[in-house]
Ligand binder design. Structure first.
Ligand code: ZN
Ligand code: ZN
Length: 344
């Protein structure tokens, strides 16, 4: 039953071999609607539906390490509805520590009344509601033929009331999901038999793919988690300790070496996102110097004392500044040329 190769599976879904996961999903939904034995009375419908489902499951399970593809089964699996894949949006803390979530899934399904066609056929013809029996409707360029009745003015086919002719119904479902700890981004959670039912078949599995919501404090940088901590400039200069919030509400203390006046990065191992290999990755801590905004008189007096104590030692304290001055203020030949031109 399982396709011989990925290429066969893509072909069964009428897709190019480079189709994206969402295209696989879409193609499967479309073909499943078309060939499902409940909807399609054709002789080969059941067989075709099984092929489509096997191809879909093969492609979807191929990269699903949480639940590897089962070996070829001795007996064909009992027919059941298609699997359903949805994004599971998680807060960073939920992804790390797990929890119980109330999910609301909504998806477009074929309208149950018209079977997805958007039209229903009545037992007898009646006057066309669209053109009022004239067979024509007013359009921009004048009168044109009425599409609904084909210009006959009467029809046994009318737009489906239930879906207003769209052919689609929105089905909402509420689910409680127990999310295990360690949901790295992209990890799949398989809930057996929880897919939206199609026809009378037992429902397939619901596959929830973890994605992380934006967080007010923690940012994602590739696979790593990052937190930016503002630290008063003088604390960085004098050295000391910095309190760093970590996911889950705890605080870790980092020490900063004296003299660090620029933005620096440190790593808190084991406080990052869950890893595929188990455990947790690093939390990158960005220590961002914060400048004082309102200094009082006594602060300024203290600063002046510091200023005097540092005066005359620029070459050692600020090597880059000393270079800059040497080049642009004091001894630059270009600078001197500029000056002499002005004189002359
Ligand atoms: Zn309908
Ligand atoms: Zn009409």
């Amino acid at each position: 039953m399982q396709p011989a190769s990925r290429a066969d599976a893509f072909a069964a879904l009428e897709l190019d071999p480079d189709a994206l996961p969402q295209e696989i999903k879409r193609a499967f939904r479309r073909l499943a609607m078309q060939w499902h034995p409940d909807r399609n009375r054709g002789e080969d419908a059941a067989e075709r539906f099984r092929q489509i489902k096997a191809a879909h499951d093969y492609l979807v399970r191929g990269d699903d390490e949480a639940d590897p593809a089962p070996a070829a089964e001795a007996e064909p699996a009992p027919a059941r509805g298609p699997d359903q894949e949805e994004t599971l949006w998680l807060e960073i803390e939920e992804a790390i520590f797990g929890g119980v979530l109330a999910l609301e899934l909504e998806r477009a399904e074929a309208c149950g009344v018209c079977g997805g066609s958007g039209r229903v056929t009545l037992a007898s013809s009646r006057m066309c509601a669209c053109c009022g029996g004239s067979g024509r409707i007013r359009a921009e360029g004048g009168l044109v033929r009425c599409d609904l009745c084909g210009g006959r003015g009467y029809s046994a086919e009318v737009a489906c009331d239930s879906c207003a002719g769209s052919g689609e119904a929105r089905a909402g479902r509420k689910l409680r999901v127990t999310v295990p700890a360690g949901m790295w981004p992209g990890r799949r959670l398989r809930l057996a038999g929880k897919a939206a039912p199609v026809g009378d078949l037992p429902p397939g599995d619901l596959l929830l793919v973890s994605q992380l919501r934006l967080h007010g404090l923690f940012a994602l940088r590739g696979d790593a988690l990052e937190v930016t901590v503002p630290v008063p400039l003088f604390d960085l200069l004098a050295g000391g300790t910095v309190s760093v919030p970590v996911p889950g509400g705890g605080v870790e203390v980092l020490s900063v070496a004296a003299g660090t006046a620029t933005e620096t990065r440190q790593v808190l191992a084991g406080h990052g996102l869950p890893l595929r290999s188990g455990g947790r990755g690093d939390l990158t801590v960005v220590l961002q110097p914060a400048l004082p905004e309102r200094l009082g008189k006594s602060d300024l007096a203290a600063l002046r004392v510091l200023q005097e104590s540092l005066a005359g030692r620029e070459a050692r304290l600020y090597p880059a500044l000393a270079d800059w001055r040497a080049r642009w203020l004091d001894s630059s030949p270009a600078r001197r040329r500029g000056k002499s031109r002005k004189k002359g």
